[in-house]
Design a protein around this ligand. Structure first.
Ligand SMILES: [Fe+2]
Ligand SMILES: [Fe+2]
Length: 261
């Protein structure tokens, strides 16, 4: 068990622990066990898709990643074989992340700053979908904050998609006061929805669930009020009647959550 946990530790810690554990340091063994528990906790975080989850990332702590200067707030993580994760990721100015391949794809929305990789520079408001099998080495010269969904895409997503949401057109939605901007058009898709102040939508049920990240303003329904930075994951067949008194912009995915057998 101890040696399994050591695999999770960062290199410097790893070497130090190995030496001490060789010397039978009980305190180190107990630290490693704590690290196991912490890793297990992190690998399964809000991963029961049958439960409704509401949180605001601004209330969560920043947790170090494996790369210096890159920190994250974990919204959900399922560390099973097909690991999914949704996070807010912050790059300090001048930080970078090692080159990596997205086995099951990646979606990124730049919340502030400028995010870069070898394909270009993406300022606040840019959306990027990197399909399964793609790879890149991201960095940020001036720093940035991102909303990131990882390892949740499949064979229906084959083409990289990039949308600059500050310049792409808004389309009329199916109710007065609603405008939509398609982001990922492949598979179940991702959409930005703009609510004019005092807009109400009809009651509806979510087949395959619904996930919302509030980019700006305040979104509401009969269950609560969700200011900027809120993340709401509603399970398969959940029901609500959303509205917005002050107006808002939300990132929305529907029909993408596992359907219970
Ligand atoms: Fe990536
Ligand atoms: Fe909904």
């Amino acid at each position: 068990m101890v040696w399994t946990a050591i695999e999770y530790l960062r290199d410097a810690q790893n070497r130090s622990f190995k030496i001490k554990i060789y010397n039978k340091c009980r305190q180190c063994e107990s630290s490693v066990v704590q690290q196991i528990e912490e890793n297990e906790r992190l690998m399964k975080l809000r991963s029961d898709y049958n439960e409704r989850v509401v949180l605001n990332h601004q209330e969560l702590p920043w947790v170090e990643s494996s790369e210096p200067g890159v920190t994250r707030r974990m919204l959900e993580r399922d560390g099973d074989e097909v690991a999914r994760a949704t996070s807010i990721v912050k790059y300090a100015p001048g930080s970078k992340f090692a080159s990596h391949t997205h086995d099951f794809g990646e979606e990124i929305l730049v919340l502030d700053g400028v995010f870069s990789d070898e394909t270009g520079e993406y300022a606040t408001g840019n959306y990027i979908m990197n399909p399964p099998g793609s790879s890149h080495a991201p960095y940020s010269t001036t720093g940035c904050t991102l909303f990131v969904k990882l390892r949740h895409l499949g064979p229906e997503q084959t083409q990289r998609e990039v949308v600059d949401t500050t310049t792409a057109p808004w389309l009329q939605g199916i109710a007065a006061g609603l405008h939509v901007m398609p982001l990922m058009r492949q598979g179940s898709g991702s959409t930005l929805v703009r609510w004019a102040p005092q807009t109400t939508f009809s009651p509806h049920r979510h087949y395959g669930g619904e996930e919302i990240f509030v980019v700006r303003g305040t979104f509401e329904d009969e269950h609560g009020r969700y200011p900027e930075g809120s993340w709401i994951r509603s399970p398969h067949l959940s029901l609500h009647q959303p509205f917005s008194k002050e107006g808002c912009i939300i990132f929305v995915k529907t029909g993408h959550l596992p359907i219970p057998a």
